[in-house]
Design a binder for this molecule. Sequence first.
Ligand SMILES: Nc1ncnc2c1ncn2[C@@H]1O[C@H](COP(=O)(O)OP(=O)(O)OP(=O)(O)O)[C@@H](O)[C@H]1O
Ligand SMILES: [Mg+2]
Length: 294
Amino acid sequence: MELVLENINKKYNDCYAVKNVNVSLKTGVHALLGANGSGKTTLMKMICGILKGEGEVHFDDIDLKNEYDNYASHLGYMPQHFGYYPHYTVKEFLEYMCIIKNLSPQYSQKRIETLVKQLNLEDKMNTKMKKLSGGMLKRVGIIQALLNEPDILILDEPTAGLDPKERIIFRNLIASLSSTAIILLSTHIVSDIETIADDILIMKEGEIIMHDNYDELLKVVEGKVWELELPTQEGLAIMAQKRVVKSHNRHQSIHMRIVSDQKPHILAQLVNPDLDDLYLYYFEEEPNDETFDH
Ligand SMILES: Nc1ncnc2c1ncn2[C@@H]1O[C@H](COP(=O)(O)OP(=O)(O)OP(=O)(O)O)[C@@H](O)[C@H]1O
Ligand SMILES: [Mg+2]
């Protein structure tokens, strides 16, 4: 199975929201990582055929434009902000989505039952959509995307607003689907994808600037990530000039993690990079006037 995107472009008022995207995705989990406004949602909507622009999208030999119904039958999409009828119960909403997706009633009942169990929403089936918490609503969003057992699963920030337990349920679910579907998920939460993504696409100003597996991507920042502890005043001076991934105030000193091409201080020690470091390397200008406290 392969999802191929060729020369995808989308402009809003002379400004590219998505620019020259050429990507081929096979079965597995692909993470789309990028800052706010980098074009993730726009690209995903184009893959789902709900936003038109330039370029070609095809799944194996099924072309999105020419055979949309066929293409859509292989697709599951969870929008970043999904609309729903507030007065529907969870059960009614999911049944309604099955009808839209043209699924048979017998199949639908079984499928809803399985998914609701998997995502721990059994006791919310008769709750109205408007009464659900953000995390529960996300889970309903994930369920509706999975109703037709999609070969292509597009998830726009599926973990935003989930609590740690819900995140783990989600991660396990995605891992269980990763050998049978092409999954593209966008996120800001780096730790969500470290463990589950087979490869990572980094999007910046509409372009995919990198597409590789975790280990290869980290090579970019190898030898550039430092840890350092300095007296508070001296530490603050360094932090004002460098990209600081995290900092921690200790008694009269500051412990810092810094991404820098050069050794930032004689006492700095090189450490192993992670995806947060890479993200900062691409998305923060140096010098940096913001610090991230995790
Ligand atoms: N309907 C629209 N009209 C005009 N500009 C738009 C429209 N939708 C998106 N844009 C612009 O396109 C760019 C990409 O937006 P998009 O929503 O795809 O980014 P994103 O990566 O999903 O951001 P976020 O992380 O905040 O969800 C932004 O500059 C945005 O302002
Ligand atoms: Mg978005």
